[in-house]
Design a protein around this ligand. Structure first.
Ligand SMILES: Nc1ncnc2c1ncn2[C@@H]1O[C@H](COP(=O)(O)OP(=O)(O)OP(=O)(O)O)[C@@H](O)[C@H]1O
Ligand SMILES: [Mg+2]
Length: 182
């Protein structure tokens, strides 16, 4: 029997680090599994820093897109590691799709970077986004930024970013290293 949440993806994002994304993603996933009783809840750690993976006491895998899910307290946890930052959007699309077909609901905790490939894969495939924010001076501008991004077209946002920062602005190796001159 299908649950009314079948196939849904809930992304947890923020334009700033350390504001509670991972905590919120864990709490929402746990609540869906144990309170609303969705039968199959997947938690995707979509942050190369692997905050959710570590919080659950799991080992970050060498190849997160090919690592098996680990069952933790009723959640199918798809772990992350630094290697996630090297994945392309198409690979991430396929990964998320595979997770979603095997879940009633998928909760994806993201990194603070709004323009990485994981955001592109996640935000363009779901209208359900929870935004974490802290009640401090930067809280409102940070929420405003992500709401503007979500209201607009993510593709248009990336195109604009490429115009401003170059054609590889959405690629993992965007940071250019200058030769160190002593
Ligand atoms: N609602 C809250 N109230 C107070 N503290 C919180 C709340 N949610 C999370 N925290 C605390 O804030 C810190 C950061 O939380 P968390 O790791 O969930 O943030 P994050 O946005 O995922 O961070 P990062 O961007 O580094 O991944 C942790 O110490 C956590 O315990
Ligand atoms: Mg986090």
């Amino acid at each position: 029997m299908q649950h009314h949440l079948t196939g849904r993806l809930i992304a947890v994002a923020s334009a700033k680090g350390g504001v509670g994304k991972t905590t919120l993603a864990l709490g929402v996933a746990w609540t869906l599994a144990h309170v609303t009783r969705a039968a199959r809840v997947a938690l995707v750690d979509g942050d190369p820093q692997a905050g959710a993976t570590s919080a659950l006491g799991l080992t970050p895998p060498d190849a997160p897109l090919h690592a098996p899910a680990m069952m933790v307290d009723g959640l199918a946890v798809h772990r992350s590691s630094r290697a996630l930052a090297l994945a392309r959007a198409a690979e991430l699309d396929a990964w998320l799709q595979a997770v979603r077909v095997n879940s009633d609901v998928t909760v994806a905790g993201l990194s603070p970077a709004l323009t990485d490939a994981m955001h592109a894969a996640t935000l363009r495939s779901t209208p359900y986004v929870l935004v974490a924010a802290r009640c401090d001076a930067m809280g409102i501008p940070n929420v405003r930024e992500i709401v503007a991004l979500l209201r607009g077209n993510y593709g248009a946002y990336i195109e604009d970013l490429k115009k401003r920062k170059g054609p590889d602005a959405d690629q993992p190796h965007r940071i250019k290293y200058k030769k160190l001159v002593r």
